[in-house]
Design a protein around this ligand. Structure first.
Ligand code: FES
Length: 105
């Protein structure tokens, strides 16, 4: 989830720490460009990691303020979440697509 727009590990928080803070869950990104890009690039398989990945990448893309990310930046943004299924290639392409890069970026 995101707390005040920043990704956090909800399993390491107490509920009281979220008091009076803005909470965004994966449902809050429903049909957003990043989610659509993940679908278009087949960037998930089992989906176990997907919520955490999307929460992190959504904050990453906002931090770019419209600038296109470099491949290195995308890889660093993905580094915080372990995916056992995809190998990250589709995720990296989805981030590029969501940031406005042409498909296949
Ligand atoms: Fe299965 Fe990432 S899609 S762990």
């Amino acid at each position: 989830m995101q707390l005040d727009g920043e990704p956090v590990r909800s399993c390491l928080m107490l509920a009281v720490q979220a008091r009076d803070r803005a909470i965004t869950t994966i449902e809050g990104l429903s049909n957003e460009p990043l989610e659509r890009a993940f679908h278009a690039e087949h960037a998930l398989q089992c989906g176990f990691c997907t919520a955490g990945v999307l929460m992190s990448l959504d904050a990453f893309l906002r931090g770019l303020e419209g600038r296109e990310p470099t491949e290195k930046e995308i890889r660093e943004a993905l580094a915080g979440t372990l995916c056992r299924c995809t190998g990250y290639e589709g995720m990296a392409q989805a981030v590029g697509r969501a940031a406005g890069a042409p498909p296949g970026h």
